[in-house]
Write a protein that binds this ligand. Structure first.
Ligand SMILES: [Zn+2]
Ligand SMILES: [Zn+2]
Length: 63
């Protein structure tokens, strides 16, 4: 199991989230502003706002 840090584009709140290994996560709920944040440019919120890409779309084993 992997965790990534996501920075909310609305309020800048950083939170740790588990990155799913078998599917992409297209949106999440920010703990800071309670808004639902959806991915805009990429496959998932980790690719758009996270400090690391999601493991699903990028092979998963390029550490
Ligand atoms: Zn927020
Ligand atoms: Zn992704």
């Amino acid at each position: 199991m992997t965790t990534g840090k996501i920075t909310c584009p609305e309020c800048g709140h950083k939170q740790k989230m588990e990155t799913p290994t078998s599917s992409c996560q297209a949106f999440y709920r920010c703990e800071g502003c309670k808004k639902i944040i959806a991915a805009q440019k990429s496959c998932c919120v980790f690719c758009d706002y996270g400090d690391r890409k999601c493991p699903t779309a990028h092979g998963g084993n390029n550490q």
